[in-house]
Design a protein around this ligand. Structure first.
Ligand code: FMN
Length: 433
C-alpha cells in the first residue's frame, strides 16, 4: 500500500501537524455553569486526541458571555482566573496527548445568539434572522465602541488560549456569526466605516486578525474560517471571498479554512435552507462533488499562497488524497463522522476506504421524504433535529458511552432543549446567589 497523501506531516510556520486530517470545529455545549471545560468535555477530547487526527479544532468558544453560540459553550470573555486557566489546561493536555495540534475557535454569535441566551443580541444592523419559530431575537445595531470592544475581546481570548496550551487560534469568520454578518450585505446595512463597500464590511475581520496577531505574537498559529459564499441572493459572494482571502494573506494568516452558508442557508452541511435554489454564483459542479467547497478552493489556490483547509462532505480516502495531491489543499476537515467515531482519522491512516455517513439517514420520519417540497418549518425542524442528534452523541462520548445510532430526532430535539434550558437556569441561579 502506498502511503496516502493525507498521512504526510504539515509544516506550518509555528508548528508541525503530524498528518493532514483535522477534526473540524464542532460545538460541544458541555462546559460547566462558569463556561469552563467540564470532566465530560475533557473525556470527549481525550477520545478525539487518541483518534489519530493531526489537528483538533475546538467548537465555538465565544469571547462574550452575552453572545454565546449556544448554552453550554466554553467561554473566554476577559481575563481568566486561576481555576478557569487550570480547567482549560486540562482540556488542552487531553486533546494533545496523542500528538495532535489543538486550535481554539474563537467566535461571537451576533444575531445568531439564541434568544434563550439573549433576546436582544448585538449585531451589525437590526436585521433579524428570517427563520421560523422564535429561537433568535431582535438584533440591536452595534456602536463603534461595541465593535472596538469585540476586537479587544478576541485578542484577549487569544492571549489566554496561548497561555493555557492551545497550539493555535482560529477566528470564526464563517457560518453567519458576527464576523460573517459584517461581511454580508444582507445582514450589514451600516453606512459608517464598518459597512457598505467590501473593504468596510471586511474591516472587523481584518482588525480582529491584526489585534489577535499582536496579542499572540508571530510564533503562534493564527487561522481563519471563511465562507466561500453565503448562498443567498445579495449575500457575501465568491468574488468577495477571494478578495478577503487575499487581504488575509497579506496579514500573514497561517491557514484559511474554506466553508460556506449560515443558519438561513446551512450549506456547510449541504442542507437546504430558506432558499432552495443555488444562488451562490459558484459552479454547479460544486454541489455534485464529495467536497462541498472544493471548486472554490481550487480557484482560490490560484489567488493565494496561504495553506488551505477544506471542510464539508469529505468521506473517502481517495477523494482526500486527490484534494491534497491534485488540488493543492493542505488539510482535510472532518466533522460529522467524528461524532459517532472518534477514531475515524486512525481508520483512514490504517487503510479504511471511507467514513460513516450517518447524516444521510437522519430524517424526522419517512414522511419527510415523501413530501416533494417540505415546508420551511419542516426543513428547519429536520435540520435542527439532525444537529441535536449529533450533539447528543458528543454528550454520550463525554460520558464514556457508545453512540446511540437508534436515537430519534424528536427525542434528540427534546433532550437538547431540556439540557440548554437547565444550563441557562443554572447560570441565572449562580448569578443571583
Ligand atoms: C454537531 C456539529 C457542530 C458544529 N459546530 C461547529 C462549530 O462550532 N464551528 C464551526 O465552524 N463549524 C461547526 N460545524 C460545522 C463543521 O465544522 C463542518 O463545517 C460541517 O459539519 C461539514 O463537515 P462534515 O461534512 O465533515 O460534517 C458543526 C457541525 C456539526 C455537525
Amino acid at each position: 500500500m502506498t502511503t496516502p497523501a493525507f498521512a504526510a506531516p504539515l509544516q506550518l510556520p509555528s508548528e508541525t501537524l503530524p498528518n493532514r486530517l483535522a477534526k473540524a470545529a464542532m460545538t460541544e455545549g458541555m462546559a460547566d455553569l462558569q463556561g469552563r471545560p467540564s470532566d465530560d468535555l475533557v473525556r470527549l477530547y481525550e477520545a478525539w486526541g487518541r483518534g489519530g487526527a493531526g489537528l483538533l479544532i475546538s467548537g465555538n468558544v465565544p469571547v462574550d458571555a452575552q453572545h454565546l453560540e449556544r448554552p453550554g459553550n466554553v467561554i473566554i470573555a476577559g481575563p481568566q482566573d486561576a481555576a478557569a486557566k487550570a480547567a482549560l489546561r486540562r482540556l488542552t493536555q487531553a486533546a494533545r496527548a496523542g500528538g495532535a495540534g489543538f486550535w481554539i475557535q474563537l467566535s461571537h454569535a451576533g444575531r445568531q445568539t439564541p434568544a434563550l441566551v439573549n433576546p436582544t443580541p448585538k449585531a451589525p444592523s437590526a436585521v433579524a434572522l428570517a427563520l421560523p419559530g422564535k429561537l433568535y431575537g431582535a438584533p440591536v445595531p452595534m456602536s463603534g465602541d461595541d465593535i472596538r470592544a469585540v476586537i479587544r475581546s478576541f485578542a484577549e481570548a487569544a492571549a489566554v488560549s496561548r497561555e493555557v496550551g492551545f497550539t493555535g487560534v482560529q477566528i470564526h469568520g464563517a457560518h453567519g456569526y458576527l464576523i460573517s454578518q459584517f461581511l454580508s450585505p444582507l445582514a450589514n446595512k451600516r453606512e459608517d466605516e464598518w459597512g457598505g463597500a467590501l473593504e468596510n464590511r471586511a474591516r472587523l475581520l481584518l482588525e480582529i486578525v491584526r489585534a489577535t496577531r499582536a496579542a499572540v505574537g508571530a510564533d503562534f498559529t493564527l487561522a481563519v474560517k471563511l465562507n466561500s459564499a453565503d448562498f443567498q441572493r445579495g449575500g457575501f459572494a465568491p468574488g468577495e471571498s477571494m478578495q478577503v482571502a487575499q487581504w488575509l494573506e497579506a496579514e500573514g494568516v497561517d491557514l484559511l479554512e474554506v466553508s460556506g452558508g449560515n443558519y438561513e442557508q446551512p450549506r456547510m452541511m449541504k442542507m437546504e435552507g430558506l432558499e432552495a435554489a443555488d444562488v451562490s454564483g459558484l459552479p454547479a459542479s460544486t454541489a455534485a462533488r464529495e467536497a462541498y467547497f472544493l471548486d472554490f478552493a481550487v480557484e482560490l489556490r490560484k489567488h493565494v499562497k496561504t495553506p488551505l483547509m477544506v471542510t464539508g462532505g469529505m468521506r473517502t480516502a481517495q477523494a482526500m488524497n486527490e484534494v491534497i495531491e491534485r488540488d493543492g489543499v493542505s488539510l482535510i476537515g472532518i466533522g460529522r463522522p467524528m461524532v459517532v467515531d472518534p477514531d475515524a482519522p486512525r481508520r483512514l491512516l490504517e487503510g479504511a476506504p471511507s467514513l460513516d455517513r450517518h447524516e444521510e439517514r437522519l430524517r424526522l420520519g419517512p414522511g419527510f421524504f415523501s413530501q416533494r417540497s417540505p415546508s420551511k418549518t419542516l426543513r428547519a425542524l429536520n435540520g435542527f433535529g439532525a444537529l441535536y442528534w449529533q450533539y447528543q452523541q458528543l454528550r454520550r462520548i463525554g460520558r464514556g458511552q457508545a453512540p446511540d445510532m437508534k436515537l430519534g430526532l424528536l427525542k434528540a430535539l427534546m433532550d437538547e432543549r431540556r439540557a440548554q434550558t437547565a444550563w441557562m437556569a443554572g447560570r441565572a441561579r449562580g448569578a443571583a446567589s
